[in-house]
Design a protein. Structure first.
Length: 113
């Protein structure tokens, strides 16, 4: 009989993976702008779980990633660039299915496949 050792980290990974499968995964193209300049344009995925949407995008020029988490109930969003720094956080000026706008000038547009 084989014996398996399950660590707390592997339990967390299993829990995260199972919650991802319970969500709706959508793919598309996203454009992230700051004021009038395009910071990122390329493929993205959108996970929708009830009123929370998570958008993960990739900058096509250099492969850097960004992550936006939108809480539709609170009309708030968090935008993190390159996995390390907060680009925008707080109330949203615009929040609809294809466009999210933060008051500090960041705009994320989503075009699903």
């Amino acid at each position: 009989m084989k014996k398996y050792i399950i660590s707390a980290a592997s339990i967390l990974v299993l829990a995260l993976n199972s919650s991802v499968f319970a969500q709706d995964l959508l793919k598309g193209q996203c454009t992230l702008k700051y004021k009038n300049s395009v910071d990122a344009k390329g493929p993205c995925t959108v996970y929708q779980d009830k009123n929370i949407a998570s958008v993960k995008g990739i900058v096509s020029e250099n492969g850097q990633k960004y992550l936006a988490t939108i809480d539709n109930d609170k009309n708030e969003g968090l935008l993190i660039g390159a996995g390390t720094f907060t680009m925008a956080d707080g109330k949203l000026s615009t929040n609809d299915a294809t466009k999210v706008v933060w008051p500090n000038g960041y705009v994320l547009t989503i075009k699903l496949d």
